[in-house]
Design a protein around this ligand. Structure first.
Ligand SMILES: Nc1nc2c(ncn2[C@@H]2O[C@H](COP(=O)(O)OP(=O)(O)OP(=O)(O)O)[C@@H](O)[C@H]2O)c(=O)[nH]1
Length: 323
């Protein structure tokens, strides 16, 4: 990774809009130290709410010094990619300032399922959209790769002169990192949030436990979010699952409610934005301060881990007779 990073001009770090604090990874900080970074909050469409504007201002303030952007790339947003267009412009400006004949390399990082590939595809669609770029010569365009990068903005050679299209130097290339970064899970609550957002496999935590945690949040936001299934608010997940099963016919053997399957159905419905759209993390000065303190507290253990790694390497080298 370190070696790869030396050839990278810019990093896009994706975080999930619904868990702005939980989807951060303090372990990235060391790995990405010294790299210019654009922080892109994905799935904005799934985190709607009246306090959003305020949340976004707080989050921008939190990342002082880095460019912070918020995008929505859900199915419904296919036709409206304004926010993604702004990300593309930031990448273009960055590449124009550092004009490179060999191409500008941007790496996308972030926890699993956060929307890295979707962002990459949306950027590629916008940057090389049909009818927008006339390619010349033997440049294959979209699928041309540098390393494992995909071109998202054409090079100057790719565009036909005088057509008003703008290429940049040798082009801008995006490197996706699927499955490279594991989520940072400091506690059980973070695990539940990440599992609900799809960054941790569904099989790790029981769907009923997850649905219970989801219900707890729905009750904080608005119990009407599940009003289609119950006559009134409830704190009892089993009661809610029974009522949902009755409405959706999710019965197992002997006509008994299949709680697991019903819970999974409820979670998936919420993931599609059909049972409320809200942010899990507490985004206010206090919440942000708490996250910062946690990171600082982590510092000694990270230093410890690095020291152990150095010692492990030294021991290995001695065993090999290299030192
Ligand atoms: N609603 C909504 N869904 C999104 C958005 N971005 C991505 N998704 C969905 O989230 C899921 C995961 O997206 P991917 O792009 O595959 O995520 P990834 O980070 O590349 O995942 P890994 O390859 O596992 O690292 C897909 O079902 C996408 O359609 C968004 O902004 N809004």
């Amino acid at each position: 990774m370190k070696q790869l990073l030396t050839s990278i001009d810019l990093v896009i770090e994706c975080r999930d809009y619904r868990v702005p604090l939980t989807s951060r990874n303090p372990l990235f900080e060391k790995a990405l130290e010294g790299k210019e970074r654009v922080i892109v909050y994905t799935k904005r469409d799934l985190g709607g709410g009246p306090r959003d504007q305020k949340n976004e201002e707080l989050i921008r303030g939190w990342h002082k010094g880095s460019t912070v952007m918020f995008v929505r790339n859900g199915e419904e947003e296919r036709e409206n990619r304004k926010a993604t267009g702004r990300v593309l412009e930031v990448l273009r400006e960055h590449a124009e300032k550092r004009w490179k004949l060999v191409g500008h390399r941007v790496m996308v990082v972030g926890m699993p399922n956060v929307g890295k590939s979707t962002l990459l595809n949306a950027l590629r669609g916008l940057g090389l959209g049909k009818g927008k770029v006339a390619r010349t010569g033997a440049q294959p365009g979209v699928t041309r790769k540098i390393g494992s990068g995909v071109k998202i903005i054409p090079s100057e050679d790719d565009v036909t002169q005088g057509k008003g299209e703008r290429g940049v130097g040798g082009g801008v290339y995006l490197l996706d990192t699927p499955g490279v970064f594991i989520p940072y899970v400091p506690d059980a609550e973070a695990m539940m949030k990440l599992a609900l957002c799809g960054s941790v496999k569904d099989t790790i935590i029981s769907p009923v436990v997850l649905a219970d945690y989801l219900l707890f949040h729905m009750n904080l936001v608005d119990p009407k979010l599940y009003a289609d299934y119950t006559p009134g608010p409830t704190n009892d997940i089993v009661e809610l699952l029974e009522l949902i099963a009755k409405r959706t016919g999710r019965f197992g053997k002997g006509g008994k409610t299949d709680h697991e399957a019903t819970a999974l159905w409820m979670i998936q419905k919420w993931r599609r934005g059909e049972m409320g759209r809200f942010v899990f993390d507490r985004v206010d000065e206090e919440g942000l301060m708490k996250a910062r303190l946690e990171e600082e507290e982590m510092q000694p253990s990270m230093n410890q881990a690095r020291k152990m790694e150095r010692e492990r390497r030294r021991a290995r080298n001695i065993a090999r007779g290299e030192s």
